[in-house]
Design a protein around this ligand. Structure first.
Ligand SMILES: [Zn+2]
Length: 278
């Protein structure tokens, strides 16, 4: 967990840089690397890492290596996140100086949702602020909502943001959970195991009806996908709050209509269950 004070520091720097180098919602990452004199190498490194920032002691400069074998193609959503993450290691003083003076080991950065070191968490957070600056992100969400007459929130909102900011659905979801314009809850599962969750600060803090590391509840949309031979339900489904949670009986927020919509990642095999109220 990054300390809230440190989060503010990181987001301020990342968003300042993002506003200096952008074309509407798109942060121009290669221009940042060029401006900072950091050569980029998009190359085949098998499965060694997604990205890596290396200090060249002979020439006293930094290089960023991006592994296209791991799906990090130039300008792809994954490739952009990897590059933004490595730029974080370069632009955050503690990271860059640590690498330069050998206080930090050069490390392979991997994208996964497993437990990460604080250095990796910070670079991921930097990347998400660099790619999705708060005001642009929120304004775009509100603009999307206003289009075609006060459109209702759904997974489409996240998909639209992900297209506009060229960010993966997962990184868009995480950012939306942090600063989004609608209260959300989401569970990321794989092979019928709940791996992880995202929750907006204003979504009710109810006890879950399931445990991380165990199967998702069968009566949810994701649960039906796993128990019904991976039949994909992509539309918005109506659920009751007690399909995912154990709300206290006197909490009337649970009486509202709850919705769930699933996103299925074919390439990585995970399922995102997005849950929200009106
Ligand atoms: Zn890293």
């Amino acid at each position: 967990m990054i300390h809230p004070h440190r989060k503010i520091q990181i987001s301020k720097l990342a968003e300042f840089v993002a506003y200096e180098f952008s074309d509407r919602n798109l942060t121009l990452l290669k221009e940042i690397a060029y401006f900072e004199d950091v050569p980029l190498h998009f190359d085949n490194y098998e499965d060694a890492f997604d990205g890596m920032l290396l200090y060249d002691t002979n020439n006293c400069n930094f290089h960023i290596h991006i592994n296209i074998d791991n799906g990090n193609k130039q300008d792809s959503k994954r490739g952009r996140f990897t590059l933004a993450h490595e730029l974080g290691h370069f632009l955050l003083d503690e990271h860059r100086l640590g690498l330069k003076y050998g206080l930090l080991e050069p490390h392979a950065s991997f994208h996964n949702i497993n437990q990460k070191s604080i250095i990796e968490e910070e670079a991921d957070y930097f990347a998400s602020c660099l790619l999705m600056p708060r005001d642009k992100f929120r304004n775009h969400s509100l603009e999307y909502k206003r289009q075609s007459g006060n459109r209702k929130f759904s997974l489409d909102t996240l998909i639209n943001l992900s297209e506009s900011f060229k960010t993966s659905i997962l990184s868009t979801l995480i950012r939306f959970g942090d600063i989004g314009t609608h209260e959300i809850f989401a569970v990321i599962s794989k092979d019928n195991i709940a791996k992880w969750f995202v929750k907006s600060a204003d979504f009710p803090n109810w006890k879950f009806n399931f445990k991380i590391g165990e199967p998702v509840p069968q009566t949810t949309v994701a649960g039906e996908y796993y128990t019904m031979l991976e039949r994909k339900f992509t539309s918005v489904e109506l659920l009751d709050a007690d399909n995912w949670f154990n709300p206290p009986p006197d909490d009337h927020r649970a009486d509202r209509q709850m919705y769930e919509q699933c996103f299925y990642s074919d390439s990585y095999g995970y399922v995102i269950s997005l849950v929200w109220f009106d």
